[in-house]
Design a protein around this ligand. Sequence first.
Ligand SMILES: [Zn+2]
Length: 504
Amino acid sequence: MAQDIVEEYNDRPTFTYSAKLDNEIRNNAIDKPKGYRVSWHHNPAVEKYHFGQLHPMKVWRLTLTKSLIMGYNMHHGMDLYSPPALTKEDIAAFHKEDYVDFLSVATPKNIVEMYPELAQPTGYSSSVYGVGDDCPIFDGLFEYCSYYSGASVDAARKLISGQSDVALNWTGGLHHAKKGEASGFCYINDIVLAILELLYHHPRVLYIDIDVHHGDGVEQAFWSTDRVFCVSFHKYDREVFFPGTGPLDSTGPMHPENPGRNHTINVPLNDGITDQDYAFLFDTVIGAVTRTYDPSVIVLQCGADSLGHDRLGCFNLNIKGHGHCVQFCTDYCTKYKKPLLVLGGGGYTPRNVARAWAHETSIAIGAADKIDSILPEDMPHREAFRKEGMTLFPNLGGWKTQNLNTRADIERIIRSVSEQLRYIRGAPSVQMNWIPREIDTWREEAEREHQARRMEKEEKMEDRDGAGGLIAQRSRRKELERTGLMAGNIGNMKTSEFMTGPTS
Ligand SMILES: [Zn+2]
């Protein structure tokens, strides 16, 4: 045997071996990006949970994603954080306390004793806090939720403190969870919790959702505020596609006094949308929203079920087509020095979810060009990618034979969005001219005006079972803090007390 090895070695021209090695070193030499910091928030404890054999949500996709990111050595391009789990009190910053209590005690054993009706199949969900076939009670459910939510909140805090400029949490992005119930495989809405955190320091948050499903939980939570602008791109069919919400004309509350009015954009799509059409819509809509709303931070939910060949999806997006949205937001945020929070979401063909999120990590750290399209030789679980071949960019685009989104559909969406945006910020011109960041005085003035307008509006705010009331409470408290009325009280207050007031 030893002789064989020596002979084989002698057969190989030395320069080929060196070239290969050089190439590998070059490809694997991932540096931190210049001029901004990227952080990756991932608690590995989240990977051990299981929704059940037949359930489409596979936590395994998170392990595959991590394997690819580390196989490509991309962790060298980021600051790494393994954040702590959230406590019940942290979670109650958005969720109802009885729901949080329920999640924290429910187990597969006691759930049927407590609620015998759950012994039967429930369809999507049940009347018991939305748990059922879609959202089963599995072992360690609450810990699982606390870990993925902890990572999102930690990411938001690092952005606020300036320790990070682009923060990634692929375990988060669970956009369907409601204030008091589970929905669509989501139990705790880590996005809402992270945005609430960001709102302590940021006047305007732009939330963008590219999951194939409508981002209903986040939209509902911030329905009645102008401090969060929600944009969701999704397959829409009221009758047959979950969750059945998010039509084009759902743009915020109808009441003319409600500050959330016109601060929601829904982009309803049909089956088979291509990379080209999706990118056109994304660039046009998000370009217009960023120019008009001038967000101070962006939160991007990167649900990967919008890829072609997704087990639950119906679009024709490729890995690079999906990644285009991350590129757009990274370019925008690094150019204008605004923080970016990038989250995971849905995604039910695990190997393609991992491909997308690994590619998107490379975009975030500015290393997309350095990454070899052939999957790293020595990464763990490499065999899991065999079906499409060992490439990062398999062809997922030819999945649905027809693109059912017509030119007319796309034009109708663009027209509607342009029209809607005219109502924001005192009806800017239709062209929505670019506002250069250098005009600092303009910005300060606009900021002051915005704050004054907000204080006035919050007094009138109607809260549609969302976080609007919470934001108003926080803003009022911030104002009290600023004026010194609550000085000395703050350090000892817990989050739950903070939200409900110390005497309740
Ligand atoms: Zn989804």
